[in-house]
Design a protein around this ligand. Structure first.
Ligand SMILES: *Cc1c(COP(=O)(O)O)cnc(C)c1O
Length: 398
């Protein structure tokens, strides 16, 4: 006999009736995304790319900024197409009602092709073999697949080698169920101060593409430049460009020419959840070492489980009350302890882990430098446990 919990009160204590619970208060940790900064950055791209179409790259949850909201904002600002890394990201955009061309930049598996066709997503056709697969699937579905032909001019990732690209082109122009929407390649060192390989890649791209005019065919839409190319290599700007990181307000490399000003869009913020006095000799966090002096220690309720790098243990800083304080001990999955020294810091006080507070700022570059990575990884690591909140710093207050 099963007895439902509700049918009986096993405690033997009188039941009390509580009011219905209110909504759980939102987590005080969030990524604040300023849509005005995104708009500014689109205009910055436009100022360099001239008449070229813009394919806004929104892979990896729009570099951590939130896929669908950022995609909509980019389109509202006149971005023409979108680029994502994987099929699922393209499907999510379609399900959100976005109708512009969406290129899935990465490689494809045969069993995915019907889904590309069903959702009207553009495929990166990166070999004769893949074109055969796409052609077969498109024929079976009775549609024309939209493809961008991918050639490898020096990145060594997907794509046919530039010197055999004519084989890919010959196959593609013969296929009756393909629509060639573009031809593209990717630069491997466009953010570097050494232009040698970039120039070589541009030359290889141009040479491969001679196929079209030399066969009396119209030149397809060409695209080569991501942020590094847009900022440093006007020659790499063809009929379309593919900016990613610069849309989010960051430069693709340390030494890259800052030919336009960009505005970082994301702030990672939380609130102090605990305050204590740490006595000399006490330890803080996993495998902590004894404190060398009395100090004040606050705990922030986020950690590497949110994508805040554990490698910032004892290296990173956070901003509280407009001042910069060092992280104490190891970053844990759900918490970071901060040495606030002699400062008066209160429970509930705002703390900024990435972004600015008062006149102090912690940039994604700083976090990347301290952890031996690049800003791309810092931003795209902020995961779905962190709510995104969108603001518009240019909007006039209501
Ligand atoms: C990620 C990516 C981009 C965007 O690069 P950024 O450096 O972020 O501007 C463009 N094209 C391809 C193929 C990519 O993989």
């Amino acid at each position: 006999m099963s007895v439902g919990f509700r049918s009986r009160n096993p405690s033997g204590l009188p039941l009390i009736s509580l009011p219905p619970p209110p909504e759980i208060p939102p987590r005080p940790t969030f990524a604040l995304v300023d849509l005005a900064a995104i708009r500014h950055n689109v205009r910055a791209v436009r100022s360099l790319a001239g008449k070229a179409r813009i394919m806004g790259i929104v892979k990896a949850n729009a570099y951590g900024h939130g896929l669908v909201t950022i995609a909509r904002q980019l389109l509202a600002e006149g971005v023409d197409e979108l680029g994502v890394g994987f099929l699922e990201e393209g499907v999510e955009l379609r399900r959100a009602g976005i109708r512009v061309p969406i290129l899935v930049l990465g490689g494809i598996f045969e069993d995915q092709i019907p889904w590309f066709l069903r959702y009207g997503l553009d495929l990166a056709a990166s070999s004769v073999f893949k074109i055969d697969q796409i052609e077969r699937a498109a024929e079976a579905c009775g549609v024309r697949a939209r493809v961008h032909l991918k050639i490898d001019t020096g990145m060594g990732r997907i794509g046919v080698q530039w010197d055999t690209a004519h084989q890919l082109f010959e196959r593609a122009v013969k296929a009756s169920h393909l629509q060639i929407c573009g031809v593209f390649s990717h630069l491997a060192t466009a953010d570097s101060d050494d232009p040698t390989l970039t120039h070589e890649q541009i030359d290889r791209f141009d040479r491969a593409l001679e196929f079209f005019p030399s066969h009396g065919l119209p030149m397809p839409t060409r695209h080569l430049a991501a942020s590094g190319g847009i900022l440093q290599h006007p020659r790499a700007i063809y009929e379309m460009v593919r900016p990613g990181i610069m849309l989010y307000g960051l430069y693709p490399g340390r030494g890259v020419l800052r030919t336009v000003p960009l505005r970082p869009a994301l702030t990672l913020e939380t609130r102090v959840v605990y305050f204590k006095v740490g006595r000399r000799g006490r330890r803080v966090s996993y495998n902590g070492v004894p404190l060398e002096r009395d100090t004040r220690v606050v705990t922030l309720p986020l950690g590497y489980g949110d994508g805040y790098p554990r490698s910032l243990s004892r290296k990173g800083h956070v901003l509280i009350g407009g001042r910069r304080f060092p992280i104490l001990g190891n970053v844990t999955m759900d918490a970071v302890m901060v040495d606030v020294q002699d400062a008066s810091v209160f429970n509930g006080e705002r703390a900024v882990l990435l972004g600015s507070q008062g006149s102090e700022a912690i940039s994604a570059e700083e976090l990347a430098d301290r952890t031996g990575t690049i800003p791309y990884e810092i931003l795209s690591s902020i995961n779905t446990r962190v709510p995104r909140i969108y603001v518009d710093s240019d909007a006039s207050p209501a």
